[in-house]
Design a protein around this ligand. Structure first.
Ligand code: SAM
Length: 515
């Protein structure tokens, strides 16, 4: 077993990425006219390079009908993943310590394969191993999601990675220590106006973001020997050799050319449908630095709205936030878009009390007269604009006033909240209704934990005491609040805001149940 130049002396950080959810991948396939794998009666899901496993385990908890397998070469990572599997009672999940060249011969086929934070960071021969694994283990009609650092967005930043890595390899100690010293050097040359930073002011500004990151993240992002950023066409060419076709990308707005390039660049989309050309054009116009691309093996095309309903009507749509009014403006990287008009008003009205499948949306009298294909396009664009959200099952958002006591029915959610509350990092909980995870801050996790464990009485002082016991305090503008009375007031506000917003949402999503 070999990590082939990938660092293993410092563990990565836990993180949940909703882009890896089967429901998200299925939606992107469907809106691009590709039949997504069915999931209602079970499916198999493989994550290559699962790291500490939080995407894998959260999605497994959200999709109990699926079977989930994670693979990682780092035994510390797989041990951490196994601890979460055990603590969460996830009988549908297993994790394997292996490099991609030595996967078990009987691994079988999967409807979903994902690899996030892997492709750009591994050796060329490991990329070949990933392609071989995709060829062997992706079921016909199956979907693969790959993320990578992309060009041209990385072009002006590549030297930063070069500076960090080249300085770090000359230092002593583990990767975390080397990173700390490399960051000090980076700041030193920037503060003294090294010519690289003078000539590249955006790179100089970029350093401010880097130094705020966890050193373990920086070590995994920048120290790997074979770090490479790719043009879309290079990656598409490699997956095409493995028999996979490009389907679409995440976030959802990147599938709508009018939402990802400015009007003056849109003519090309009217004159060509060749995705190799249009995707490259998008990346140049938007200076894309990171891509999430979806591929399929032997994709089946859906040519009509009726076919989409037949194949993917289990994806439901609901309004993201109650009380949204039109016109609604959204900023999407390089485009600012305004949603207005009677069609969107009708969609908002009909989805405001709960999620609906496309078949029910187009059958609603409020959109009579608009062709179903146009309605479904508007719904998908609404998701791209953050107006609507998708779910794997029905979500009822017309619930009344929340009333305790409260419980958290899912073992995984209870375990993850108990372990990560007030830990200083965000935590994700699973919803079997949406089929994905939902991220909350560590203070909200602390409030939720206290609420379900010991009820509402004296909630704020109890969370405050826990925070103090954890050696932490509330902060304002990045500085600890020392005054106890002020701490108490702010904690009470935080608890009240949590109960008014997140708790209500978690009740709707089945993450919390009335006790
Ligand atoms: C940046 S981390 C991403 C982890 C996880 N996907 C996430 O998003 O949090 C990359 C992971 O790939 C694993 N990895 C790198 N090379 C590998 C190989 N050749 N075989 C198996 N795993 C590998 C590393 O150990 C690491 O956990």
């Amino acid at each position: 077993m070999t990590a082939a130049g990938y660092i293993t002396d410092v563990d990565y950080i836990p993180g949940f990425y909703p882009q890896l959810a089967p429901v998200a991948m299925r939606h992107v396939a469907a809106l691009n006219g590709v039949v997504p794998p069915r999931i209602a009666d079970g499916f198999r899901y493989l994550e290559l390079g699962c790291g500490l496993g939080r995407s894998l385990t959260t999605l497994a908890a959200a999709n109990p009908q699926g079977t989930f397998v994670g693979v990682d070469v780092n035994p510390e990572h797989t041990a951490a993943t196994q601890r979460d599997i055990t603590a969460g009672g996830l009988a549908n999940t297993r994790v394997i310590t292996s490099d991609f060249a030595s996967l078990p011969a009987d691994l079988g086929e999967f409807e979903f394969i994902t690899l996030h934070g892997v492709w750009s960071w591994v050796a060329p021969e490991v990329r070949e191993q990933i392609l071989a694994a995709a060829q062997r283990h992706l079921a016909p009609g199956g979907l693969l999601l790959v993320s990578y650092n992309s060009m041209p967005g990385w072009a002006h930043l590549q030297p930063i990675r070069g500076i960090i890595r080249q300085y770090a390899v000359l230092r002593q100690g583990d990767s975390a220590q080397r990173v700390r010293e490399a960051l000090a050097y980076l700041l030193f040359i920037r503060e003294r106006h090294a010519k690289y930073f003078e000539d590249n002011p955006r790179a100089a500004a970029y350093v401010d973001g880097i130094v705020k990151q966890d050193v373990r993240y920086i070590a995994h992002e920048y120290l790997n020997e074979h770090w490479t950023s790719f043009y879309f066409a290079e990656v598409a060419g490699m997956f095409s050799r493995a028999g996979l076709s490009f389907v679409g990308s995440l976030p959802v707005h990147t599938n709508f050319w009018d939402l990802c390039v400015r009007p003056e660049f849109q003519e090309l989309f009217r004159t060509t449908t060749d995705r190799l050309i249009t995707e490259a054009h998008k990346d140049f116009c938007a200076n894309t630095a990171f891509r999430w691309d979806l591929y399929a093996r032997a994709p089946r095309a859906m040519k009509s709205f009726e076919e989409r309903v037949r194949e993917a009507d289990d994806i439901e749509f609901r309004v993201t936030r109650a009380g949204v009014t039109l016109p609604h403006q959204t900023n999407l990287d390089v485009v600012t878009s305004t949603v207005q008009g009677p069609l969107y008003q009708a969609l908002l009205d009909m989805m405001s009390t709960g999620s609906r499948p496309l078949s029910a949306i187009v059958a609603d009298p409020r959109v009579a007269g608009t062709p179903p294909a146009d309605v479904s396009r508007a719904v998908d664009a609404g998701v791209a604009l953050g107006l609507f959200e998708i779910s794997a099952r029905h979500v009822d958002t017309a619930t009344g006033e929340p009333r305790g006591p409260y419980a958290m029915p899912n073992d995984f959610n209870r375990a993850v909240i108990a372990s990560d509350a007030l830990s200083g990092r965000a935590v994700a909980v699973a919803s079997q209704l949406t089929g994905t995870g939902h991220t909350l801050g560590d203070l909200d996790a602390g409030i939720l934990n206290e609420l379900v464990e010991r009820g509402e009485d004296g909630l704020a002082p109890r969370v405050g005491a826990r925070l103090t016991a954890a050696g932490r305090s509330l902060e304002r503008d990045g500085k600890p609040i020392k005054d106890q009375t002020e701490q108490g007031v702010i904690m009470a506000q935080a608890c009240e805001a949590f109960c008014r917003t997140s708790l209500r949402q978690f009740l709707q999503l089945g993450i919390v149940s009335p006790g």
